[in-house]
Design a protein around this ligand. Structure first.
Ligand SMILES: NC(=O)c1ccc[n+]([C@@H]2O[C@H](COP(=O)([O-])OP(=O)(O)OC[C@H]3O[C@@H](n4cnc5c(N)ncnc54)[C@H](OP(=O)(O)O)[C@@H]3O)[C@@H](O)[C@H]2O)c1
Length: 330
């Protein structure tokens, strides 16, 4: 049995969390060491064993036990599930939420070692992990059942043997939104993509981007299942270990040409592509503000940076900063 001593003293008593309650320290949870349970809580506990998210007794909801003035060692009253926490942007979101005193549930699908860094982003017992599978509704429901906020960062920009674009960007998003609604989640923040549309124009691929098409379908499905969802449509995000600057900086993007010249293959030499990248940390701030502001419910935000750049200019600048080979485009 995996036991987590939350160490959280809510002014009344210390709660002991156990894995039976999926290790999640939401106090709607039937996790309270019996020696500390009050009559009201015991009653609630019995109900919760069968209907975990139906009990509305304020005596047993962790979300009602706000404490502190903000910061990592306080508790904001927010219990947030962050799907896609293992990705590039997941770290920014978990860190922001941990910093404002949220309890964060981190569902992951791979090796637990891949998400171990997230543990440090919150106070003891506030960052909790749960294995899930995107097609297993029971595991998804379990990850959300004690949360009042869900952030969905799951997305894929390449297809794999097991998951097509449609499976991840559309059906997965729809499933999470539906289960969030059924679980009584109050706020859902879904990540789509800038330029997501039903018929993306063809450029390199004559039929247009399947990623953007499925992202759009996912966005629409989320709206249908969870009308008050907040949708973020970010442009390329840059930050540590991003998929934008590091992508162009990688050696496999360079092709050796004649006379020792190194080329970076780009569509029309990058002269017709315009980017408006945004700093991931700023988007992280935006996530927190959107979750705290009731006026954002049901809205869609295009998230872009302050400046627009031609792609070839941007990559020339990246290579200047790297101080390695000069960038030549083909
Ligand atoms: N980064 C950008 O510049 C950018 C731009 C526009 C939109 N977005 C959108 O913003 C969101 C976050 O971006 P990101 O850069 O953090 O993406 P990322 O690094 O690729 O992370 C994607 C996350 O989704 C998870 N995931 C993918 N397929 C899954 C599946 N079949 N089952 C379960 N989990 C799955 C990944 O888990 P594993 O780690 O296990 O693979 C990972 O945690 C995504 O929805 C992305 O489409 C990003």
């Amino acid at each position: 049995m995996w036991k987590v001593q939350s160490g959280c003293n809510f002014g009344l008593k210390t709660f002991v969390l156990s894995r039976n309650a999926i290790g999640v320290g939401h106090a709607r949870v039937a996790v309270i060491d019996n020696s500390y349970v009050t009559g009201k809580q015991q009653q609630c506990q019995a109900v919760q064993l069968h209907q975990p998210h139906r009990c509305n007794s304020s005596a047993s909801r962790l979300t009602d036990y706000k404490r502190g003035k903000g910061g990592r060692s306080s508790f904001s009253g927010m219990v947030a599930t962050v799907f896609g926490c293992s990705g590039f942007f997941g770290k920014y979101v978990v860190n922001r939420l941990g910093k404002m005193g949220c309890q964060v549930i981190c569902p992951y699908r791979g090796d637990p070692y891949d998400v171990k860094e997230l543990k440090l982003m919150g106070d003891l017992g506030q960052i909790l992990f749960l294995p899930i599978h995107l097609e297993d509704e029971a595991s998804l429901r379990k990850a959300m059942q004690y949360s009042n906020v869900v952030v969905n960062l799951i997305g894929k920009n390449n297809e794999t043997r097991n998951f097509s674009f449609e499976d991840v960007n559309y059906l997965g998003a729809q499933r999470i939104a539906r289960l969030a609604k059924e679980s009584g989640v109050e706020k859902l923040l879904h990540f789509s993509s800038l330029n997501a549309c039903p018929n993306p124009a063809g450029h390199v691929l004559p039929e247009g981007s399947e990623f953007l098409r499925t992202k759009f379908k996912g966005e629409m499905a989320v709206r249908e299942e969870f009308p008050e969802a907040i949708v973020f449509r970010p442009a390329d995000m840059f930050g540590q270990l991003d998929h934008f600057l590091t992508l162009y900086a990688r050696p496999y993007r360079r092709v050796a040409g004649l006379g020792g010249v190194t080329y970076i293959p780009l569509y029309k030499k990058g002269r017709t592509t315009v980017k408006q990248p945004v700093f991931a940390s700023d988007v992280g701030d935006g996530v927190v503000k959107a979750l705290l502001d009731p006026g954002c419910m049901g809205k869609t935000f295009d998230i872009v940076g302050p400046h627009r750049y031609r792609l070839d200019h941007l990559i020339t600048y990246i290579y200047q900063c790297l101080d390695t080979v000069p960038a030549t485009f083909a």
